[in-house]
Design a protein around this ligand. Structure first.
Ligand code: SAJ
Length: 435
């Protein structure tokens, strides 16, 4: 491993095509355009293309709107529905998992096919999507299979195409700041590809850029998210044990964290989002025999929503016509992303298992109930204050700022299930927040 030294390097004067204008592709496209490169975004969703060309962002992410609007108005960023010709291609498409937890690489294969048609030789193709080990090689094989007139290393006098993996590592809600301030890992299929990719990221990344090979870069990204998953699973396991033993997990963790070398994360209703709940499975698929801890952590975290549902059913007890306030549907605090959200799963399960109860859902980031709840006659979307004041049982699933600000007086006399420890104080031990 070495670190890229930007001194003496000339910034690439190139056109960059970004395939996939989602949570990662659009911020990356916008920041490259702000660095002065000509960027053309490509997305299969015409609404996304239209929004970007109007200088707008189709989802909520702090500071992204102003960056996109600025780049579009300067003529440096545009979007279209087809892959353009470019010097550099960045693939930022989804890598969901299939039913059997193996990675679904169909979006990457489709992107590879479209890029292959545009290549002339000399281009750089970067995979940013989080992927199982070996995917950058697979993408290159796919492209060079379609274009046997091109090569990885110039053999047979064929023009070279460089391939690299540069995993995104930004935290939703802080993407624009972390794109600049987080270290980056860049791994090429060849040393030349590694350097070319590092030069591109150095146009906006002010932290260190670490150089490695493509498979190590792929695995490093997966290891980061699996590390976080295992640590959250530890906190979630403690919460299950505490419930069984009748202990207060927030007090327990707060006290354990007073040790100088202990920093336990926060339990919650489960782990959601498209990253931490998905990526560890790619490691398990790559080596099922040795990934026992990683698999086990996934199982613990996946069991948490069911535990919360059982807690709510216990709280409702015989009073099956209760009014239950469900605070939050997003996968985590202060984002409008409901993908793989344990909160949404819990709300949907409650609406099915408590058909005679009234479910009052509060979610400041939803304009209407998501499809999973929209057809439930017993469920409605209301304000947080309305939900809390009318409810017998209050279930907090997401620690949105708005819920933190709820006056604790409003909760008195109600059964409260605070899965995120937002309103928690025990004997003066206020749990310090570990992020
Ligand atoms: N969560 C807890 N307890 C905690 C921390 C998180 O229950 O103490 C839950 C959250 O509520 C959420 C889930 O875990 O449901 C994941 O949230 P997160 O904030 O840990 O992570 P993401 O999914 O928003 O972003 C992660 C980040 N990875 C790491 O921190 C190692 C981010 O840097 C990655 O870029 C991102 O995954 C990604 O795209 O891979």
């Amino acid at each position: 491993m070495s670190t890229f030294d930007p001194k003496g390097q000339t910034p690439p004067a190139s056109t960059v095509a970004v395939l996939g204008l989602g949570y990662i592709g659009l911020p990356t496209a916008a920041i490259l355009a702000t660095a002065g490169l000509r960027v053309i975004g490509m997305d299969i969703d015409p609404r996304v293309v239209e929004a970007v060309n109007a200088g707008e962002v189709p989802f909520t992410e702090p500071e992204l709107g102003v960056t996109v609007a600025g780049a579009v108005s300067l003529g440096l960023l545009s979007a279209q529905g087809t892959v353009p010709e470019a010097d550099t291609y960045i693939v930022a498409v989804p890598t969901p998992f299939a039913e059997d937890k193996s990675a679904d690489l169909s979006y990457i294969r489709a992107a590879a096919g479209q890029i292959a048609e545009r290549l002339k030789g000399g281009e750089l193709v970067i995979l940013e999507s989080t992927s199982p080990p070996g995917t950058t090689r697979l993408m290159a094989d796919e492209i060079l299979g379609i274009r046997p007139d091109l090569s990885l290393d110039g053999t047979g006098g064929r023009p070279v195409v460089r391939f690299a993996h540069c995993p995104e590592r930004v935290l939703p809600g802080r993407i624009m700041a972390e794109l600049v301030s987080n270290d980056r890992i860049v791994g090429g299929l060849t040393p030349e590809a590694t350097l070319a990719a590092a030069e591109l990221y150095a146009t906006f990344c002010k932290a260190e850029i670490h150089l490695t090979d493509a498979t190590t870069a792929e695995m490093a990204k997966l290891a980061e998210n699996a590390y976080r998953d295992v640590n959250i699973a530890f906190a979630n396991e403690l919460s299950l044990i505490s419930d069984r033993l009748g202990l207060d997990v927030w007090e327990l963790i707060g006290l354990a964290n007073k040790h100088p070398r202990v920093d336990i994360l926060r339990p919650g209703p489960g782990v959601g989002g498209h990253c931490i709940a998905v990526d560890p499975w790619f490691i398990v698929a790559a080596d099922p025999e040795n990934s026992r801890l990683i698999r086990s952590a996934r199982t613990v975290n996946d069991s948490k929503p069911g535990h919360v549902v059982r807690q709510v059913l216990d709280a409702v007890g015989e009073a099956v016509d209760s009014t239950v306030a469900v605070l939050g549907l997003a996968f985590k605090a202060d984002v409008d992303d409901f993908r793989e959200s344990p909160a949404l799963g819990i709300a949907a399960e409650l609406s099915r298992t408590l058909p005679n109860a009234r479910l009052l859902v509060a979610e400041p980031y939803a304009e209407s109930l998501p499809a999973e709840l929209a057809a439930s006659p017993n469920t409605s979307l209301v304000t947080a204050t309305d939900a809390v004041s009318r409810a017998d049982v209050v279930v907090l699933l997401v620690d949105h700022q708005q819920f933190r600000a709820i006056d604790p007086e409003l909760l008195s006399g109600k059964t409260v299930l605070d899965t995120r420890g937002v309103w928690h104080t025990t004997d003066g031990h206020l749990l310090e927040r570990s992020e």
